[in-house]
Design a protein around this ligand. Structure first.
Ligand SMILES: Cc1cc2nc3c(=O)[nH]c(=O)nc-3n(C[C@H](O)[C@H](O)[C@H](O)COP(=O)(O)OP(=O)(O)OC[C@H]3O[C@@H](n4cnc5c(N)ncnc54)[C@H](O)[C@@H]3O)c2cc1C
Length: 409
């Protein structure tokens, strides 16, 4: 492993840094650091920065130029993300579209659709969402029930999705449906993309414990999608979804924070009854554990970057990043609130300790252990595909979907 930039990478880093210094929306720097830019103001700032990056040729770094990208190497993309600093937070509304839907469209859509949709996605003009999870199909995505039935040149969609991040502000969605219930569950699926403003699409925001509404239920009632918006073959939806899911693991894995720098800073400044928190042996022991773990994560991600710089593709071992970071985030938030004592119940950023940062972190942390693959699913992947342990017992393997025993059928 060599963590130093090559001369070309160093030159690229310098060019990126100069451009960011000259163009980043510095007026939002403070509110981004304090996480106080929210709602419509955040979306407006996010669209503005995405458009500026696109105009300057810095959006969707590793996408082909024809589709709004820069034809950059994977390692140049990583360098850009390191240099973007806090402004990378403005990419949040586009992460699903650019990180997961775009690559799927690029792999399976017609050339005309690619040229029409992808540049608008890259420039932030259009936002996409991922319509996969259902009440009966989360970890077991292939158990989904939303139906698509052929009607001439169209398909008619009926069913429900849930936990759809950003559906309330999305223009397009990547939708996986069941087109044949008579074959085993992985074989009867078909993928489409659809205009979220289509008649029959109803988006209902879900209120979260934090008070925010970042994800939604989405209902489909006789929604028409032209066959030209099918991605991949009829019945080949599972294969298409693997492209999305592989990109999802890579893009989420790279993003989950541990909260360690914030915690170290907090403990350095907090006074307990018997002195500074940073001098307390129990606190020091915890900080030392997290410091070691965070370094392990950093060097594991460097190993991935090093492999990417040699043109290799990250494999299932990448699942370890989100698995370790998600639980660390939760442990750190819990200790921070313990140290705050009774004051830990105050959540208003104006009056809470550390501007309510750890209260928000605690409420956010369970989602890091669920979205993009739960801890248990990631452990299964590591067990089966990295360690080579025997697979889960799958009782519904090779059973037609409509013959799988379910409660109430
Ligand atoms: C913040 C957030 C954003 C999300 N955004 C989106 C989105 O934009 N689009 C979208 O489609 N979905 C989205 N999701 C949904 C997410 O993909 C699912 O929540 C996730 O895949 C888990 O599915 P589930 O909620 O149905 O839980 P289930 O699959 O029902 O799991 C319940 C529990 O059983 C365990 N379990 C399940 N199967 C196994 C197994 N084989 N072995 C061991 N344990 C198992 C799980 O680990 C979990 O603890 C989002 C979720 C979150 C939290």
């Amino acid at each position: 492993m060599n963590f130093d930039d090559t001369p070309q990478e160093a030159e690229f880093r310098a060019t990126a840094r100069t451009w960011i210094n000259q163009n980043a929306p510095k007026q939002h720097a403070e509110s981004l650091a304090r996480k106080s830019l929210t709602g419509a103001d955040f979306l407006k700032a996010a669209k503005g920065w995405q458009k500026k990056k696109s105009d300057g040729g810095w959006a969707c770094m590793n996408w082909p130029r024809d589709y709004g990208g820069r034809d950059a190497s994977p390692i140049e993309r990583v360098i850009w993300q390191q240099e973007e600093g806090d402004f990378i937070k403005l990419s949040q509304p586009f992460n699903i579209g650019i990180g997961m839907c775009g690559p799927t469209v690029m792999a399976f859509a017609s050339e005309a659709h690619k040229r029409e949709r992808l540049p608008k996605l890259a420039s932030g003009q259009e936002i996409w969402c991922q319509l996969f999870s259902e009440p009966a199909g989360g970890s077991d995505l292939a158990g989904l029930r939303t139906r698509a039935e052929r009607d001439g040149n169209d398909w008619i969609i009926n069913g429900q999705k849930i936990w759809t991040s950003g559906a309330h502000y999305s223009d397009y969605g990547l939708l996986i449906t069941r087109t044949d219930p008579n074959v085993p569950k992985h074989q009867g699926l078909t993928m489409f993309f659809l205009d979220m403003k289509s008649p029959g699409v109803e988006v209902k925001p879900i209120k979260q414990a934090s008070g925010e509404s970042e994800f939604n239920e989405v209902y489909f009632t006789n929604v028409r999608i032209p066959d030209s918006q099918r991605l991949g073959g009829v019945g080949d939806g599972w294969n298409v979804s693997l492209t999305t899911l592989m990109n999802e693991r890579m893009s989420i894995g790279a993003r989950v924070a541990t909260g360690f720098p914030e915690m170290f800073n907090f403990c350095s400044n907090l006074m307990l009854d018997d002195g500074p928190a940073i001098d307390d042996p129990a606190v020091r022991s915890k900080l030392a554990t997290w410091a070691v773990r965070t370094s392990g994560l950093k060097y594991t991600s460097y190993r991935t970057m090093s492999a990417m710089s040699k043109g290799e593709r990250p494999g299932p071992e990448n699942s370890i990043g989100k698995l370790v970071a998600g639980s660390t985030l939760q442990e750190i938030a819990m200790l921070a609130l313990e140290l705050q004592g009774a004051a830990g119940v105050v959540t208003d950023p104006k009056t809470a300790e550390a501007a309510g940062e750890f209260q928000a972190m605690l409420l956010r942390s369970p989602s890091a252990r669920i979205a993009g693959g739960t801890d248990e699913i990631l452990r299964n992947i590591i067990a089966e595909r990295v360690l080579g342990l025997p697979g889960d017992i799958r009782v519904d393997k090779n059973v037609p979907f409509n013959k799988i025993a379910v409660k109430g059928r």
